[in-house]
Design a protein around this ligand. Structure first.
Ligand code: ADP
Ligand code: ADP
Length: 228
């Protein structure tokens, strides 16, 4: 589904963030990218999302090289959730989630119905939370909104960059389980960045272990990593 071939990224200031990266993310599976801070995980995700361009190698989505794909079409195929999702502060949660359906040209009523459906999906009761504003939600709830928004256009691919990294441990553990279920039920292909090996092992069908210098050190199933 997603294939990186010989991908490298050297930033303009000479920082080598990723080197000689070959990675295959199978359809409908979750691959966790794990490793210490600064080893190129976010850079990898941003290249797949075309927020930045690789300096070496090629990236394919469904066999198509992403540099050739129409950027607007690409956005609809890829949902993106970051550590601190940015919500529009003066809009209700329902309106925040309805942004993408509205951009897709849906009328207000239909966009709001879709927003409610998405809120349900991520465990936020639309009747209770739809009319609230971002500052009235907890960090974990805001991340749920981020996931709902990323799912709005029903993209086959989700890129998650430490989505639960700033959430307290008990809530994080619930979010991990719930998101894993959502990804499985909706058959999403997921690249999930974390610096937490436990999270990677829990969430990933496969785990890509990055080493300092932006090289892939290991790419295996969790059971293999655990030596089972
Ligand atoms: P990770 O997600 O694993 O923490 P990153 O991909 O964010 O790692 O960063 C990899 C390396 O690239 C780090 O050394 C980081 O400082 C550097 N880096 C990230 N973004 C930039 C940038 N825009 N310009 C220069 N260097 C960068
Ligand atoms: P924000 O609400 O602050 O924009 P997001 O988590 O939605 O936060 O995304 C961070 C940024 O990344 C946004 O500015 C968004 O435009 C951009 N972005 C990059 N790729 C995508 C994508 N595939 N889908 C949606 N937004 C994307």
């Amino acid at each position: 589904m997603i294939r990186l071939v010989g991908v490298g990224k050297t930033y303009d200031d000479g920082t080598v963030a990723v080197q000689e990266l070959d990675l295959d993310v199978p359809r409908g599976r979750t691959v966790c990218l794990v490793g210490p801070s600064g080893c190129g995980k976010s850079t990898t995700l941003k290249m797949v999302n075309r927020l930045i361009e690789p300096t070496q190698g090629r990236i394919f989505l469904d066999g198509e090289e992403i540099t050739r794909a129409d950027p607007v079409a690409l956005r609809r195929r890829i949902g993106y959730v970051i550590q601190q999702v940015g919500l529009f502060p003066h809009q209700s949660i329902r309106t925040n989630v309805a942004t993408v359906p509205s951009l897709l040209g849906w009328d207000r009523k239909k966009a709001h119905a879709r927003a409610d459906e998405l809120m349900d999906l991520v465990g936020l009761d639309p009747a209770q939370y739809g009319g609230r504003y971002p500052h009235q939600l907890s960090g974990g709830q805001r991340q749920r909104v981020g996931v709902a928004r990323a799912l709005a256009a029903d993209p086959p691919v989700l890129l998650m960059d430490e989505p639960f990294g700033a959430v307290d441990p008990i809530v994080r553990s619930r979010l991990q389980d719930e998101f894993a279920r959502i990804a499985r039920d909706l058959d999403k292909t997921v690249m999930f960045v974390t610096h937490d090996i436990d999270e990677a092992i829990r969430m990933g069908d496969k785990v890509a272990v990055f080493a300092v210098g932006g090289r892939l050190a290991q790419y295996d199933e969790p059971a293999t990593l655990l030596g089972r």
